[in-house]
Design a protein around this ligand. Sequence first.
Ligand SMILES: [Zn+2]
Length: 167
Amino acid sequence: MTSEEKYNRSLELLNAYILDNHMRHTAEREMVLQVLTEVKTPTFTTKQVENEVSKLHISLPTLYNCLRLFVSARILYKIDRVSGMQQEHYGWHVDAKNSMIVVCTNCGRTARFVDKAIHNTIYNRKYANFVPAHYAMFVYGQCRACRRLIVKRLQEAAKNRSRSSIE
Ligand SMILES: [Zn+2]
């Protein structure tokens, strides 16, 4: 999905939600939505959102209201701080069809991946009283750069420990 398609689909959902809930249209919401659709990673952290939106001169409370509204309108989904993640993550409901995403719980980096075998398993299995429409899968861990840092830190700690035991 291109960022333009993402924006158009999201705007449709936003307008429908505003209409259903008798809310006012605000330029800020559309501006925030526009900026978010230009983020290249499949998911983004609250920190990333704050950085992206800082050029719009929108207050943080307004930004967080927008995010909450986008989640309610099923434009975004929120990944809570699970598996040791340090920040909340948001992803696109409108682009979540059959997503498989690896998430680094240390720095928040995300990447999409494809696994035909898992895809087939999900669609070929029988579900009791349920028909699957689509799925989203997250694999949590550490990216290569963070892993390298963690290993380095562990090695330094081990070195310091053996040094102090000699002294
Ligand atoms: Zn990382």
